[in-house]
Design a protein around this ligand. Structure first.
Ligand SMILES: [Zn+2]
Ligand SMILES: [Zn+2]
Ligand SMILES: [Zn+2]
Length: 110
């Protein structure tokens, strides 16, 4: 197994575990920020995760000197545009408009 396949697999397992309700998505354990990512201390223990917001996640990696596998870690849930039904994973907390139909109040039906 290649090195980068392990975090990828761990991420996949967490995604499934959250979907199945085995792991509950939690707010950041440091500041309580709602948008937190699942961080692995040990990728060999895929179900052993802690939830950290973006800034605390980055700090954590800096402090521990752990290699950043950010792209492999769980990010946000996809959001759905109520206007056109398009689903995407936003890069910011509150996307201003739907990337598909470009409508601004995509969170409201009308
Ligand atoms: Zn935080
Ligand atoms: Zn991490
Ligand atoms: Zn849309």
């Amino acid at each position: 197994m290649k090195d980068d396949q392990i975090p990828r697999l761990a991420r996949h397992i967490v995604t499934l575990a959250i979907r199945m309700g085995v792991i509950k998505r939690k707010p950041c354990e440091v500041c309580g920020e709602k948008y937190a990512v699942a961080h692995h201390d040990d990728y060999m223990k895929p179900l052993d995760v802690r939830f950290l917001c973006h800034s605390h996640h980055q700090k954590y990696h800096k402090n521990t000197g752990m290699k950043e596998y950010k792209m492999y870690e769980i990010d946000k849930d996809p959001v759905k545009c109520k206007k056109c039904g398009y689903k995407w994973i936003p890069r910011v907390q509150k996307p201003k408009k739907c990337p598909n139909c470009q409508q601004r109040n995509w969170e409201k039906k009308k």
